[in-house]
Write a protein that binds this ligand. Structure first.
Ligand code: PBG
Length: 328
C-alpha cells in the first residue's frame, strides 16, 4: 500500500493529532543541571564562553539549585573549581572542600533535589590530567584508582545522591563501588561517564572549571571520536563493574552512540549535552541566526529520541521553563 492510500500527513493535521502521534517526550524530569562551585561568599563569576553560566559560591549555588528545582529540574551535577592544586589532586578529596560544602548546603535546604557530584582529578591536579601522572608524563591508570575512589567516597559521605566519575581510567567504577560499599555507602549510585570522547566540544568547560591539561591532551584515556563499538564495550564493562547509569558524552555529535548504548544495556542511559554544544547555540542565537529556544528544545528532543533517558545540560532550567510554557 502506498500513496494515495498512505497519507502520513493525516496524523499531523492538528495539534491534538500531533500530540497523540508524538513518539518522544522531552520533559523537565529528564534533565540534570551542571553547576560550578567556587570558594567564598556571595560570589558569581560569569564564564565568558558560556553566556548564562557562572561559577558560584556555596550560598549562591543553593539559590541556583532552588531556582532549578522550582522549574521542575530533578537534579544538579556539581563541579568544584579548586584553587589549591597539587600533583595528586588532594584538594578533591578534602571533606571540607567546596564540593562537599555545596552538597551539604543543597541537601539541607532542598532534600528532594538530587545532587550528583562529578568525580575527577583534572580540576585538582597541577598538571590538569584526570589521573596521576608519572615523572615521564604518563597518566597512571591503576595508581589513580584509589585516589578517585577516595574522592567519590568523600562526596558520597557528604550526602551526594550519586557520584559521577568522568576520568575514563579503566576499572574505576569497580574501585569506587568497593570503596563506597566498604564505607557503608552502598546505597549511593554510580553514574559512569562510560563513553566519554576526547572532544573539542569541552573547550568552554575547561575555562569554566579551570581544568585544561598543562601538557599533552586526553586522547590516551578519553575515546577516539571515530569509535562506536568501543563505546558499547565501555558501557558494558561499566555496568559489569557496578555502574547504575551509563553516560555518553558529548551528545549531539554522538547520537548513534547513544542509540547503540541504549540498545546494549538495561540500566538508564544519560547523555551529556556539553559546554561547546551549549555555547554554539548561544553564539548563533546572539548573532540572530537561529531561534535559541526552538533549536535548544529540538536538540534536546533529538538526544531523547536517540535513546537518552537522562540529559545533562546547561539548558536544564531554561528548557524546563520553556516546556512548561509550551504546556508540556
Ligand atoms: C572533567 C570533565 C570535563 C567535562 C566534564 N567533566 C572536561 C574534560 O574532560 O576535559 C566536560 C563538560 C562540558 O564540556 O560541558 N574530566
Amino acid at each position: 500500500m502506498s500513496f494515495p492510500a498512505e497519507r502520513p500527513r493525516r496524523l499531523r493535521q492538528s495539534p491534538a493529532w500531533r500530540r497523540l502521534a508524538r513518539e518522544t517526550e522531552l520533559t523537565a524530569g529528564d534533565l540534570i543541571l551542571p553547576l560550578f562551585v567556587i570558594a567564598g561568599r556571595n560570589r558569581a563569576v560569569p564564564v565568558p564562553s558560556m553566556p548564562g553560566v557562572s561559577q558560584l559560591s556555596v550560598d549562591r549555588i543553593v539559590a541556583e539549585a532552588e531556582a532549578a528545582a522550582k522549574a521542575g529540574v530533578p537534579g544538579v551535577l556539581l563541579f568544584g573549581v579548586l584553587e589549591q592544586k597539587d600533583a595528586t589532586g588532594s584538594a578533591a578529596a578534602d571533606p571540607d572542600g567546596v564540593v562537599p560544602q555545596a552538597i551539604r548546603a543543597i541537601k539541607s535546604r532542598l532534600p528532594d533535589l538530587l545532587v550528583w557530584a562529578d568525580v575527577c582529578l583534572c580540576g585538582a591536579t597541577d598538571h590538569g590530567h584526570c589521573g596521576l601522572v608519572s615523572e615521564a608524563g604518563v597518566v597512571h591508570n591503576d595508581e589513580s584508582l584509589p585516589v578517585l575512589a577516595r574522592v567519590a567516597a568523600t562526596y558520597a559521605a557528604a550526602g551526594a545522591d550519586a557520584v559521577a566519575p568522568s576520568d575514563m581510567m579503566d576499572g574505576r567504577v569497580a574501585a569506587i563501588r568497593r570503596e563506597l560499599d566498604a564505607r557503608e555507602l552502598s546505597h549511593v549510585p554510580i553514574v559512569s561517564y562510560a563513553a566519554k570522547y576526547a572532544s573539542a566540544f569541552y573547550g568552554p568547560f575547561r575555562e569554566a572549571a579551570d581544568s585544561a591539561p598543562a601538557f599533552g591532551d586526553r586522547r590516551g584515556y578519553q575515546m577516539d571520536p571515530a569509535n562506536a563499538n568501543e563505546a558499547v564495550r565501555e558501557a558494558l564493562l561499566d555496568v559489569e563493574e557496578g555502574a547504575d547509569i551509563v553516560m555518553v558524552k558529548p551528545a549531539s555529535a554522538y547520537l548513534d552512540v547513544v542509540r547503540r548504548v541504549r540498545d546494549a544495556v538495561r540500566c538508564p542511559v544519560a547523555a551529556y549535552h556539553v559546554s561547546g554544544e551549549y555555547s554554539m547555540i548561544k553564539a548563533a542565537a546572539k548573532a540572530g541566526w537561529i531561534d535559541e529556544r526552538a533549536v535548544a528544545l529540538e536538540v534536546l528532543t533529538g538526544i531523547r529520541r536517540a535513546g537518552a533517558d537522562v540529559i545533562v545540560t546547561y539548558y536544564a532550567q531554561d528548557a524546563a521553563l520553556w516546556l512548561r510554557e509550551n504546556g508540556r
